[in-house]
Design a protein around this ligand. Structure first.
Ligand code: GLN
Length: 548
């Protein structure tokens, strides 16, 4: 029978509930339990796909094309397994389902209410992934903070489930123990209040994970246990960590996994080995070299807007035993005049995905700089599209070239919406989402990087490379080396005469994990490293390449 762990948050947001949930899942997985994680978000949007990155950071896309909360990215990066549409549910989706049912007459004239109709639907979704025997443990992260009005139906649903399931269901509450500098003391009162607020709604936590800047001493742990109705060994210290990737090991040291298993009545399983994970962490902590990568985007000031790209670079850096320093370069502030000043000391350039015209000319300038100066370039989605626009304008001399997203009237729409896509748009599904196959030319750099000519990657876009211009590109040296085998749509472009110039229509960042860093990110960081060495020691690299 599947067991359920609910992770709730108290006192304040941004305590790292997603990382704690993912770390716990990692440990349970390492102990041999088939574990998955899902997230329930209390907002009314049906999914985060329409949310602006200022609101909610990156929109993460799953294999099956669900636009989800960025925490699902952490789940996949930690667990090295895929999530799906079922792993992210919002209040909007719950209400939409219940209201549709009501319109169909499914409630037989009854009054439709938060309790039981909304809570029943929440409970149905909370237990959905546990239905077919695929998982031993389902961890559910509840978005928001205990005490929020919007979270109440979720807390109520968990209360009912706990009542129905008994020991098969536990609650881990993440809370904050602030350190007051003036008093030189850790304070437990906010945690007591947050647990009290939960218990007013009929729910008591089984385990408390306490975020803290200072270690929790024994006396304090006993005090927290006493006031919050948990056993002292169920008070877990979560000290601020140097990297999110050390949290699973910290949680193992604190025995978070063991206490959860004990409370669920499950055996300890095998001792977690986490060899690959520790190896990764060692390489991350003790790099042998350093590169600087310029990240060009219009949301670079937001730390969560390009989350998966930043994590992909961290994974790839560790693989290369190289520290990747990301220099954020705002595309709106980049011009022909200041490109040299802003870009001359980066070792490689990554142009980010995005929508709309803001900052677009800055992206094009950065690409021109990378192409002309032989700087390793990696363009993702909009970054790839703009690489095609830049090439058309500056090499193919098509001065009106653009994407029809930015300039619908141009007759040089090298990036455009395809007829097929327009039909789908009229039906309401506006984006190409989720996983699609791609066939690579066997002589391409990308095929060598993947070690395969058949790949499949995730998508999130409306516009495509316009195949009317394909011969012009090929003849001038930008080669569409990857295509969708069914539709012929271009997925990857390369400039073979450039040290590293790769543009991809898909989003490789969604598939980079700690245990499987994405090959394109690994190759890109390697190219940055080689460029760095070439700049700093040209004769050495020359000798090396002659020797090779
Ligand atoms: N705006 C572009 C499109 O819709 C690119 C999207 C993206 O970068 N994710 O095709």
């Amino acid at each position: 029978m599947t067991k359920y762990i609910f992770v709730t948050g108290g006192v304040t947001s941004s305590l790292g509930k997603g990382i704690i949930a993912a770390s716990l899942a990692k440990l349970l997985q390492a102990r041999g339990y088939r574990t998955t994680i899902q997230k329930f978000d209390p907002y009314i949007n049906v999914d985060p796909g329409t949310l602006n990155p200022y609101e909610h950071g990156e929109c993460y896309v799953t294999e099956d094309g669900a636009e989800t909360d960025l925490d699902l990215g952490h789940y996949e990066r930690y667990l090295n397994t895929f999530t799906s549409q079922a792993n992210n549910v919002t209040t909007g989706r719950i209400y939409q389902y219940v209201i549709n049912k009501e319109r169909e007459g499914a409630y037989l004239g009854k009054t439709v209410q938060v309790i039981p109709h909304i809570t029943d639907e929440i409970k149905r979704r909370m237990t959905l992934l546990g239905q077919d025997g695929q998982y031993d443990i389902v961890i559910t992260e509840l978005g928001g903070t205990v005490g929020d009005i919007e979270s109440l139906p979720y807390i109520e649903a968990v209360r009912q489930l706990k009542w129905e399931m008994g020991d098969s269901c536990i609650v881990v509450h993440l809370t904050l123990i602030p350190y007051l500098k003036a008093a030189k003391e850790l304070k437990t009162k906010p945690t007591q209040h947050s647990v009290k607020m939960m218990s007013e709604n009929g729910l008591t936590p089984d385990v408390l994970v306490c975020r803290t800047e200072e270690p929790l001493y024994q006396e304090l742990r006993r005090k927290i246990a006493l006031f919050c109705n948990v056993t002292p060994e169920a008070v877990i210290e979560a000290l601020d960590a140097d990297t999110i990737y050390s949290v699973p090991l910290e949680m193992m040291r604190e025995k978070l996994d063991l206490i959860c298993l004990q409370k669920l009545g499950l055996a300890k399983g095998t001792e977690p080995e986490l060899g690959k994970w520790k190896d990764f962490l060692n390489k991350l902590r003790y790099p042998k070299s350093k590169v600087t990568i310029g990240l060009i985007g219009k949301y670079v000031e937001l730390q969560d807007a390009y989350k998966s790209i930043l994590e992909g670079l961290i994974h790839a850096g560790a693989m290369n035993e190289c520290k990747v320093e990301v220099r954020n370069i705002h595309s709106e502030h980049l011009t022909l005049e200041n490109a040299v000043e802003k870009l001359n000391n980066v070792d490689a350039i990554l142009v980010a995905p995005g929508f709309g015209s803001r900052g677009i000319e800055g992206k094009i300038e950065a690409i021109r700089y990378a192409r002309e100066k032989n700087i390793p370039f990696f363009g993702i989605c909009l970054g790839m599209q703009m690489a095609c626009v830049e090439f058309a304008r500056n090499v193919l001399h098509m001065d009106k070239a653009h994407s029809t997203e930015m300039n619908p009237d141009t007759n040089q729409g090298v990036i455009a919406m395809m007829e097929e896509q327009k039909k789908i748009t009229q039906m309401g599904g506006t984006m190409r989402l989720g996983s699609y196959d791609c066939e690579l030319r066997s002589d391409s750099k990308t095929a060598a990087i993947y070690g395969s000519t058949h790949i499949s990657e995730r998508h999130r876009h409306r516009y495509e490379f316009n195949n009317d211009f394909i011969n012009d590109y090929e003849n001038a040296g930008m080669i569409p080396v990857g295509k969708n085998p069914k539709t012929g749509l271009v997925e990857v472009v390369e400039i073979p005469t450039h040290p590293f110039f790769v543009g991809v229509q898909f989003h490789p960042e969604y598939k980079s994990t700690v245990e499987n860093p994405h090959p394109l990110f690994v190759a890109f960081v390697k190219a940055a490293k080689e460029n760095h060495e070439r700049k700093n020691n040209p004769s050495h690299v020359f000798e090396k390449s002659v020797a090779e």
